[in-house]
Design a protein around this ligand. Structure first.
Ligand SMILES: NC(=O)c1ccc[n+]([C@@H]2O[C@H](COP(=O)([O-])OP(=O)(O)OC[C@H]3O[C@@H](n4cnc5c(N)ncnc54)[C@H](O)[C@@H]3O)[C@@H](O)[C@H]2O)c1
Ligand SMILES: [Zn+2]
Ligand SMILES: [Zn+2]
Length: 341
C-alpha cells in the first residue's frame, strides 16, 4: 500500500510502498478515504526537537482521518459492517490504569498516539483497536469527519467552561483549533468572542468563523481594545497559540474570577505572572486531547444542530501532492489542509 513515512531522521516525509498492516482480534482495518494534516505532523515533517525525542523512524505518521471498515478482528466482527464509514480517536488509552478506571481515559497514564508512537493513518490502510473507532452520522460529510480529532481539541477546550452570556478571549484564534473554538464559542452562546491572532490570513479566518472582534497583537494593545468595547476584562480565556507572551496578555486582560483553558503547548520555560493569576482568583485548566468519548458526542450533536466549521478547511490536495500540503502548512497561510487518498 501507499504510505507517507517518516523514513529518515531529517526534515521531510516520503511516499513509500508499505505492507498492509495486520489486525489483532480486537482491531479493525480501515481503508482511508481522506486525512487531514495536523500541527503535530508538521512538527514531524520539520523534524524539530520534540519529534527527534519522540518519533522512532521509520513511522507512518498521521492521526486525522475518515475511512471505511475493510476488515475486523474475531472479537469485534459482529460490531461492524464492511464498508461502513468511520473515523477514530487518535489517543489509545490502556484501559487499566486508575484514570481509565474512573473514566478519565483522555489523561490515561499510559496513553499513546496514533501516527506518533505507532503507525498512523497517512496510508491506504490503518489498523486500530476497535474501541477507538467512532461512527459519525451520515448527515455529516466526509471532509468534516476527517477533522473530528482537531475539532475535538477545540470542543474540549471551548466547552470546558460555561460560555453562555460570557465575554470570551481566544489567543491563537486563527490557527485551525483556535478558529474552531471561535465558532463553538459563538454557537455555545458567548456574549462576545475576541480573537487574538497576529497572522493576517488567519485573523481573516477567525472573522469568517464568527469572531466579533479581531485583534492583531503586534499592532494593538489589549487594554485599549477592552476600553474601546467598554469591558473591564474577559470571563473566559481559551489559549490556543502556545505562545507565552499571548498567555500573559490574556492573564492581564482577564476579569477577576475568570477561567482559562490551556490547549496551546507553552514553552516550559515561559515566564508566568503568577501574582496576577492568584490575586485575580483565576482558574486554569490544562486540556489534553478529547474526552473519550463525551467530546465526540458533543461534536456530532453541535454539527447536527447547525454549527458551521467548514470555513476552517482551506485547502485540499490529492495525496500524491502531499508536499504541496505540507508547504502550505509550513507557510501558516491556511486552516485545515486535507489530503485525499
Ligand atoms: N493540548 C493538546 O492536546 C493539543 C492538541 C493539539 C494541538 N495542541 C496545541 O494547540 C495549539 C493550537 O494548535 P493549532 O494546530 O491550531 O496550532 P497553530 O500553531 O497552527 O496555531 C497557533 C496560532 O497562534 C498564533 N499566534 C502566535 N503568536 C501569537 C500571539 N502572540 N498571540 C496570539 N496568537 C498567536 C499563530 O499565528 C497561529 O495561528 C498549538 O500550540 C498546538 O501545539 C495541543
Ligand atoms: Zn491532530
Ligand atoms: Zn489508562
Amino acid at each position: 500500500m501507499k504510505a507517507l513515512v517518516k523514513a529518515k531522521p531529517e526534515r521531510g516525509l516520503w511516499m513509500q510502498d508499505m505492507p498492509i498492516p495486520s489486525i489483532g482480534p480486537d482491531d479493525v482495518l480501515i481503508k482511508i478515504r481522506k486525512t487531514a494534516i495536523c500541527g503535530t505532523d508538521l512538527h514531524i515533517y520539520r523534524w524539530d526537537e520534540w519529534s527527534q525525542k519522540t518519533i522512532k523512524t521509520p513511522m507512518i505518521i498521521g492521526h486525522e482521518y475518515v475511512g471505511e471498515i475493510a476488515d475486523a478482528g474475531a472479537n469485534v466482527k459482529h460490531k461492524f459492517t464492511i464498508g461502513e464509514r468511520v473515523t477514530g480517536e487518535g489517543h489509545i488509552a490502556c484501559g487499566e490504569c486508575r484514570n481509565c478506571h474512573r473514566g478519565w481515559d483522555h489523561i490515561c497514564a499510559n496513553n499513546y498516539g496514533v501516527g506518533v508512537h505507532r503507525d498512523g493513518c497517512f496510508a491506504e490502510y490503518l489498523s486500530i483497536p476497535a474501541t477507538n473507532v467512532v461512527r459519525i452520522s451520515e448527515k455529516i460529510e466526509d471532509d468534516l469527519c476527517s477533522i473530528m480529532d482537531p475539532f475535538g481539541n477545540a470542543t474540549h477546550t471551548a466547552l470546558s467552561f460555561n460560555l453562555l452570556g460570557e465575554d470570551v478571549i481566544i489567543t491563537g484564534a486563527g490557527g485551525p483549533i483556535g478558529a474552531m473554538c471561535v465558532a463553538i464559542a459563538k454557537f455555545a452562546g458567548a456574549k462576545s468572542v475576541f480573537a487574538v491572532e497576529p497572522n493576517d490570513y488567519r485573523r481573516e479566518l477567525a472573522k469568517k468563523m464568527g469572531a466579533d472582534v479581531c485583534v492583531n497583537p503586534l499592532k494593538e494593545d489589549l487594554q485599549e481594545v477592552l476600553k474601546k468595547h467598554n469591558l473591564i476584562g474577559f470571563d473566559i480565556g481559551l489559549e490556543c497559540s502556545g505562545n507565552g507572551g499571548a498567555f500573559n496578555q490574556m492573564v492581564t486582560a482577564m476579569y477577576n474570577g475568570g477561567s482559562i483553558a490551556l490547549l496551546g503547548i507553552l514553552p516550559s520555560t515561559s515566564p508566568v505572572n503568577w501574582n496576577e493569576i492568584i490575586f485575580k482568583g483565576l482558574k486554569l485548566k490544562g486540556i489534553y486531547g478529547r474526552e473519550m468519548f463525551e467530546t465526540w458526542y458533543k461534536m456530532e450533536a453541535m454539527l447536527l444542530a447547525g454549527l458551521d466549521i467548514k470555513p476552517v478547511i482551506t485547502h485540499k490536495f490529492n495525496v500524491d501532492d502531499y508536499l504541496k500540503g505540507f508547504e502550505v502548512m509550513d507557510s501558516g497561510n491556511c486552516g485545515k489542509v486535507i489530503l485525499e487518498w
